[in-house]
Write a protein that binds this ligand. Structure first.
Ligand code: GLY
Length: 440
């Protein structure tokens, strides 16, 4: 099978590793915005290009006669790469442009849930004038201010976290309105967030183990929002702060959303769907949907995926997926990103990183490359999340401790990470927080 992969981040390195777990029978062609050294090692051919350039991706994958293309990031999906490749008879893991609006247009997503799913949303309002924002804020109290389109996980601001007063909320609304002419306001949700991702193939929704992303820059959820500093998952596939009913409810919302988007667009959904949920005292609510895998969550689940990945993804892409064919190793996982010190602020100076890969592997851990390139004198960071250390084992706490022990010895002083991802005490605090919320 000739397989194409779009993307060059940590998520795509994790997908590439899984695709190449057994020696590939044919070839892996990778198209991304930079040459990820981890992916390049696995790929038969790699090329660099913009993931917004549909024509270039079409030319590359068509001329190289792909059987299957796996799309990593959301940007090419929203631009319509799946439709384009499918028109050439190529199987694609990735929804169509019309379906990718689930991620690309937050009002479309809320409206779809409202019309078909009838659960899972907080109170929300599409706002085009400041007066209407004022009415909504006075009606619901605390709000989240969300630009409608893509923000790279960093554009949403929440009252009580990023700002405090109604005046500040209105200022933020005004800023988004003057840029976009429209903004989504949602009632603020209180609870614990979790990521439930699934493979979707023509109405069949096969969920992956639940993961929890650590989105803030520093330990204790301090600092700015990032793309995600790390994530963990547990051997039972759930989170200790979730009830059985919470999990059932999130899966029911995922299934109903897939049914809805398929009915709305008149075509089967074939690809990944990532529900970012929050468990609240009133039940599970959707924070947002993504039409791709989460990053870092993909690194966790791909480390546990226990299938012949090329065959499995091929079935996802041709609509023949059997739910029972999906298997994961029943273990916990922890992934910690190492990032430049200034991240998520952009950095002008890129640094060289010297990392002892052999030592990481000898400890039973693995390395995932993201925003780095190989130079003759070492790895050079590109400014975003550089690389991740990932481990699997019996429980998240002991994997986290093992990663810490290693990083104490080998972490380059130009990079930093969050020590608390998967830490036993932090997980216990989250359980207690949810228990207290449920009691109140
Ligand atoms: N982990 C957050 C995201 O992938 O959007």
């Amino acid at each position: 099978m000739r397989i194409g992969l779009i993307g060059s981040g940590g998520r795509e390195h994790a997908i590439a590793k899984s695709l190449c777990h057994f020696p590939l029978k044919d070839a892996l062609f990778v198209y991304g915005s930079h040459l990820n050294p981890g992916i390049s090692k696995l790929a038969t051919y790699s090329t660099i290009g913009s993931v917004q350039d549909i024509q270039k991706m079409e030319d590359y994958f068509v001329s190289n006669k792909m059987d299957l293309v796996v799309v990593g990031p959301e940007v090419p999906l929203i631009a319509g790469v799946s439709d384009c490749l499918r028109a050439h008879g190529i199987k694609v893991v990735g929804p169509s442009k019309a379906q990718a609006k689930l991620e690309g247009d937050k009002v479309f997503m809320r409206d779809l849930l409202h019309r078909y799913v009838k659960k899972g949303s907080p109170r929300w309002k599409e706002v085009r004038e400041i007066e209407s924002a004022c009415d909504f804020i006075h009606e619901v109290g605390q709000v989240a201010v969300k630009p409608i389109g893509l923000t790279g996980g960093k554009g949403v601001s929440v009252m009580g976290i990023h700002f405090q007063t109604v005046e500040e909320a209105l200022e933020r609304v005004q800023t988004v309105l003057s840029q976009d002419g429209v903004v989504l306001l949602e009632e603020r949700l209180i609870g614990e967030e979790f990521s439930r991702m699934a493979f979707v193939s023509d109405g069949i929704v096969s969920p992956m183990p639940v993961a929890q992303d650590f989105k803030y820059a520093f330990d204790g959820d301090e600092g700015d929002m990032t793309g995600g500093m790390g994530a963990y998952s547990n051997s039972n596939g759930s989170m200790p702060f979730l009830t059985e009913n919470d999990l059932k409810e999130s899966d029911s919302i995922l299934q109903m959303t897939v049914d809805a988007i398929e009915e709305e667009t008149g075509e089967g959904y074939r690809g990944f769907l990532y529900g970012q949920f929050i468990a609240t005292t009133n039940g599970v609510r959707v924070i947002e949907f993504n039409v791709r895998l989460g990053d870092p969550e993909a690194i966790n689940v791909m480390a546990l995926l226990d299938v012949d990945t090329p065959e499995f993804l091929s079935a996802v892409a041709d609509g023949s997926l059997k739910k029972e064919s999906l298997k994961f190793i029943p273990q916990a996982s922890v992934c910690k990103y190492l990032v430049p010190a200034a991240y998520p602020k952009s950095v002008d100076e890129h640094v060289l990183v010297d990392l002892d890969e052999g030592r990481i592997v000898n400890e039973g851990l693995s390395i995932i490359f993201a925003s780095v390139i190989q130079r003759s004198n070492g790895l050079q960071t590109l400014g975003s999340r550089a690389l991740a250390i990932v481990g699997t084992g019996d429980d998240a706490g002991s994997i986290s401790a093992k990663i810490e022990k290693l990083l104490d010895r080998i972490e380059p002083n130009t990079l930093r990470h969050r020590r608390d991802v998967g830490d036993t005490r932090i997980i216990q605090e989250k359980v207690q927080k949810m228990e207290e919320l449920r009691k109140s």
